[in-house]
Design a protein around this ligand. Structure first.
Ligand code: A2P
Length: 343
């Protein structure tokens, strides 16, 4: 069996990766539509050696489509997801538009694949830092429930899109030539710099990105009991995020046991060479499917605390790969049955 698929936002950083993954994972495709804004009219993208024309998004574009992979920002998803669902497609949405909607499953296939079965047309792909943290923390949480998580993130430019990645390169080269860096997409120069994530701040002083880690992790893990706090920082790395994570359990969790568990957990690769100080690095996480985890150690400040460090490709597992895995899950579990839409 094969499926008719559309990528909304095909020309973006995540869209381009979606194309690559559908090809390399040999997703069973009957047809592939590439949708973007009017700006991309006339462009075409390569898929399996063929050029496919990019179409501007419209009502009609969603006709005869089984699955939409949407990665064109929250407002575009809000405009088009309902249209696509109405036309009979299931939308896997990478934006934050529907993630906290109680009727929309929020899925990391290694953690809560069963949640996908409850979809009513839309399945949300979680925030990138949240996905990476969930993949690494869930296997430990299953053995011994986590009470509290304290996270600090080091987030790459890719999270702000393809144009932000290009901007960091331009800024870097400007600085190397003695010119001032210009910031147009990002709020401040990122080359040779870093700054707190610039999503909107709430009354408590937390930015939206930090609150996504709090609220989305609880929804994915299916518990409101975990206390979570985070500080999210943008760093001049192109496409892999890093996270320093402190976990607190009710009783001690030995570093050796955590290491053994993570060594055989899906989607995780242990990277720990204590002799050479070789631990996860964004440069080595780039282009890889797994979340690299290392520096697992007892927290010397708390008897039930554990420290770990991770890196994961933001565009891949943080976005495109997770979305394709959800699509594979839908196909595998036969969850694409026509929706009961009353016309
Ligand atoms: P376009 O290239 O035509 O602007 P990124 O996250 O890398 O910035 O990519 C965003 C993606 O979302 C691009 O493919 C972009 O298309 C698409 N996009 C942005 N705004 C819209 C819109 N209003 N309608 C359709 N696609 C959009």
């Amino acid at each position: 069996k094969s499926y008719r698929l559309a990528i909304l936002g095909a020309t973006g950083a995540v869209g381009t990766e979606l194309l690559e993954l559908l090809e390399s994972r040999n997703f069973p495709l009957a047809n592939l539509k590439l949708l973007a804004s009017e700006r991309s009219v006339g462009r075409s993208l390569q898929f399996k050696g063929e050029n496919i024309q990019v179409e501007p998004v419209s009502d009609r574009a969603f006709e005869n489509v089984d699955i939409v992979l949407a990665s064109a920002g929250g407002s575009t998803s809000k405009t088009w997801a309902a249209v696509a669902v109405e036309k009979g497609a299931v939308v896997i949405d990478n934006s934050s538009a529907f993630r906290m909607n109680p009727e929309v499953p929020l899925v990391v296939p290694e953690v809560n694949p069963q949640a996908a079965a409850n979809h009513q047309g839309i399945i949300a792909n979680p925030n990138c830092t949240t996905i990476l943290m969930a993949v690494a923390v869930w296997p430990l949480h299953k053995v011994k429930p986590v009470q509290r998580i304290v996270a600090a993130t080091y987030q790459s430019a890719s999270g702000a899109g393809a144009r932000a990645m290009a901007e960091v390169k331009t800024q870097t080269s400007a600085i190397l030539q003695g010119q001032p860096p210009i910031a147009e997409i990002l709020p401040y120069p990122l080359a040779f710099n870093l700054f707190p994530h610039n999503s909107p701040l709430n009354d408590l002083g937390y930015c939206e990105e930090e609150m996504k880690m709090v609220n989305e992790t609880r929804k994915i893990f299916g518990t409101q009991q975990i206390r979570i706090t985070a500080t999210c920082i943008r760093v001049p790395v192109l496409r892999a995020h890093s996270e320093a994570i402190n976990l607190e359990f009710e009783t001690p969790f030995s570093a050796e046991e955590a290491r053994q568990i993570l060594n055989s957990s899906p989607g995780v690769k242990l990277v720990e060479d204590w002799e050479t100080n070789h631990f996860p690095m964004p440069i080595e996480a780039t282009g890889r499917d797994e979340v690299l985890v290392g520096r697992i150690r007892q927290d010397i400040s708390h008897p039930c605390g554990l420290e770990l460090w991770l890196c994961g490709d933001q565009i891949r597992k943080g976005a495109a790969l997770n979305a394709v895995q959800i699509a594979e899950l839908l196909v595998e579990k036969n969850l694409l049955k026509p929706l009961a839409i009353s016309h």
